[in-house]
Design a protein around this ligand. Structure first.
Ligand code: ADP
Ligand code: ZN
Ligand code: ZN
Length: 741
């Protein structure tokens, strides 16, 4: 018997399958997906590898084939089915097989990572206090110290307790025996209802019922497909997913639920716990390697029915996968920024096809991709137009910032917004103010008339580059920096920038009595910083929350009745063909933040371009109108999802060599594309033209069909492998990129 093996070497240009003989002692034991040790290279160095196939014939010179040394004891086997998915990803997105294999392997090692122990108090506060008194009376000082600490904080890190409180294990054990506390060896989301599931007492709305039964009618007949649950925030999408999963699980199948990491809050997870009890598990970046391993094993052994997690949870090794749900499917984080640069939506669909699972996507603002596929009949649309509890949508005011300036208001807060903030402070209701992080990237605009300087060929905005140039990141077009607005002649032209810190200061100055919280990259750097700020705000510890788009997700804040978007244009003119879409999504989510509770909400959108369709349609909360305009633009420009785009990123320390290499690649791509219509743009300098002394160039290949681009990618990969000239370059592929480089 022989094994086809992918050897784990980082050398990108050696992406080959090697055949090894299986020694008789390993026969029957070796399986696809296993990590093995093999002799490799001239020195026969012991090297790791993955078995991706088994066969009984030798495709090479029998005498030269080496033997597998052993099965790696520390290694984690990749599920056989996921090996096939990895192969699909390699073909679809480029990169090497080993990179793809490592992507579908969510944990690297079997390692029993240092498990953190924690002590959890099992008593109520009152019982605890009685115990404390009791210990003090009896002069049991160690016990009293521990109890006092536990009353402060119900969960303590064991290590910390031992050191800081100077308490021995025997004391902890003694109290554990009495049922006072428990020593836990793993961090788990505990079921708040003490292991009991709650009977759901929801009566589904007509729309929810329709969505569930449309899905179920197909599913119960064995028909699998992709569904888009398009429903406004609060329409009850999560309840719909839960019901679908319940039915799928009742058939003995498992489900994966993807949620953007940022929205993976305690609240959301708890809703799944209430429904599935300990048959649900969570995978997120806060888990240690050992904890991840355990979760994966539980999934593999069929001990759970539902896995919730961000993008990488897609590779949960369930034995009988029945359903994949992707919530907030429009989120850009579903696209990986590492090779292979896969998109979870497409990859989930591929996995579903391979394993007989359906895919359910959900969003209040579906991605252009998803809705386009609905229109083409590839996805089934399940629409929910009303909020489950029938709240009204917020009333939206659009403020033209140019008018504000004319009226002499130079503040970043328009008069309307100031008036409404004051009103909320009076009523003791809360306000959220959004600033787009993209603002830092900067685009060039006129402060007086709002005109934005764009590339004449690409319809995206130009950016400042050092050396007094304005540059297009798509095509490389450049022109000298302008001193006057070409539209109105004003000298107030420049890069638009504003930070959250600045906004916080202004708000505090203007409303000295308001309690203001700020949430951005700076204030959330510490562990759980994000969660802490949001729960402080939810608990009413502040009147105003200022933040970047990270505050549009996660918690529900029933007392927020005002949402303000300070400068809607910032995302609109980021130099990216997805800018309109991002802006629409962000605005819709921001507006949706106001009035989740029983009180009616209001929202203010401040902008320099009140007539832009992205803003008009968001203010009207009219997704259909936005979609129609946007798809028209994508059609005209040949951008995804109408056509397909492949970015080839080339980097090299030698600038001249890079220039040459990029040129050759372009030429070769044109040559091999003969007969098929493709368009090649560039090579252009990406937004960041040099990182750590490595220069970068990007080529954009546009084609109607995705498989045309795959074919060209394969040609290019071969060309790069054969030609030693490319050895010094790093070349990456990005299909339908989320960001422009
Ligand atoms: P979405 O995921 O679309 O934002 P959720 O599923 O989170 O919506 O629902 C919003 C809120 O409404 C939640 O508190 C949920 O428990 C509640 N809810 C959903 N469906 C119903 C229903 N049919 N009846 C009553 N409450 C519901
Ligand atoms: Zn102007
Ligand atoms: Zn251009």
């Amino acid at each position: 018997m022989y094994a086809d093996i992918i050897v784990d070497i980082t050398h990108e240009k050696l992406d080959k399958i090697f055949q090894y003989r299986i020694p008789s002692r390993l026969e029957g034991e070796l399986a696809v997906g296993m990590e093995v040790l093999v002799p490799f290279g001239r020195g026969n160095r012991e090297t790791k590898g993955y078995v991706i196939g088994l066969s009984d014939t030798c495709g090479y010179d029998e005498a030269k084939v080496k033997e597998v040394q052993d099965i790696s004891r520390k290694g984690v086997a990749i599920e056989g089915k996921l090996v096939a998915l990895a192969a699909w990803m390699k073909e679809q997105y480029g990169g090497t097989m080993i990179q793809a294999l490592k992507t579908v392997l969510p944990i690297k090692q079997k390692e029993n990572a240092k498990v953190k122990k924690r002590i959890r108090l099992l008593l109520s506060e009152e019982e605890g206090r009685q115990k404390l008194e009791h210990y003090l009376e009896k002069n049991q000082k160690a016990r009293a110290r521990l109890m006092a600490a536990l009353l402060d904080d119900n969960i303590l890190e064991y290590e910390l307790v031992m050191k800081k409180l100077n308490i021995t294990l025997s004391v902890v054990r003694a109290l554990e025996e009495q049922g006072v506390l428990v020593l836990e060896s793993r961090q788990v989301y505990r079921n708040p209802v003490k292991g009991e599931k709650e009977e759901s007492c929801i009566t589904f709305t007509e729309e929810q019922k329709a969505a569930i039964s449309a899905f179920w009618e197909d599913y119960s007949r064995g028909k699998r497909g992709t569904y888009l649950v398009y429903g406004v925030t609060g329409s009850g999408k999560t309840e719909v997913y839960i019901e679908m999963i319940r039915r799928v699980a009742a058939q003995g199948k498992q489900a994966i639920v993807l949620i953007p990491e940022i929205a993976l809050t305690y609240q959301t997870v708890m809703r799944f716990y209430r429904n599935f009890g300990d048959r649900v598990s969570i995978m997120n970046s806060r888990l240690s390697a050992g904890e991840r391993y355990d979760q994966m094993m539980r999934a593999k052994e069929g001990k759970i029915d539902v896995m919730i997690g961000p993008r990488s949870a897609l590779f949960t090794p369930f034995p009988n996968l029945g359903l994949i749900v992707i919530d907030e499917e429009h989120e850009p984080t579903y696209k990986s920024e590492q090779v292979p640069r896969y998109h979870a939506r497409e990859t989930a669909q591929a996995r579903g096809d391979m394993e007989g699972a359906s895919l359910v996507l959900g969003s209040a603002t579906p991605s252009m991709e998803a809705m386009y596929r609905v229109r083409r009949g590839e996805y089934v649309l399940l629409e929910m137009k009303n909020r489950s509890r029938m709240q009204d949508m917020a009333k939206v005011y659009t403020v033209d910032l140019r008018e504000e300036l004319k009226e002499g208001n130079h503040s970043i807060l328009s008069r309307k917004l100031q008036e409404l903030i004051a009103d909320r402070l009076e009523k003791k209701e809360q306000t959220m103010l959004f600033l787009n992080r993209r603002g830092y990237a900067g685009f060039i605009s006129c402060r007086e008339c709002g005109h934005v300087i764009k590339c004449p060929h690409c319809d995206v905005s130009l950016s400042y580059h050092r050396g007094g140039k304005m540059v297009c990141h798509y095509c490389g077009y450049e022109e000298p920096k302008k001193q006057h607005c070409p539209e109105c002649g004003s000298r107030h032209i420049g890069e638009f920038k504003a930070g959250t810190q600045q906004v916080e200061d202004i708000v505090k100055r203007q409303f000295p009595n308001a309690r203001v919280l700020r949430m951005d990259m700076d204030t959330t750097r510490q562990k759980d910083g994000h969660e802490k700020i949001l729960s402080a705000f939810a608990d009413g510890e502040a009147d105003i929350l200022v933040g970047t788009q990270m505050i549009v997700k996660g918690h529900d804040f029933p007392n927020v009745t005002l949402a303000g978007v300070l400068a809607a244009d910032m995302s609109l003119y980021a130099d990216d063909y997805r800018a309109g879409e991002r802006t629409f999504q962000l605005l819709t989510q921001a507006v949706g933040r106001a009035g989740r509770g029983s009180k009616k909400g209001e929202a203010v959108i401040q902008t320099y371009s009140p007539d832009h369709y992205g803003i008009v349609t968001a203010a009207a909360q009219d997704y259909e109108a936005f979609y129609e305009e946007e798809i028209h633009y994508r059609e005209l420009m040949g951008y995804p999802p109408v056509e397909n785009l492949l970015a080839v990123l080339i980097s090299c320390e030698d600038e001249a060599l890079l220039e040459k290499g990029a040129g050759y690649l372009k030429e070769y791509a044109l040559r091999v594309s003969r007969g098929r219509s493709i368009e090649i743009i560039g090579p252009a300098s990406p937004g960041i033209g040099k990182v750590k002394d490595v220069y970068r160039k990007v080529l954009y290949l546009k084609a109607e069909r995705y498989d045309t681009l795959i074919r060209i990618k394969n040609y290019l990969e071969q060309y790069i492998e054969i030609n030693t000239g490319f050895r010094k370059m790093r070349i990456q592929f990005d299909f339908n990129p989320m960001n422009v480089f």
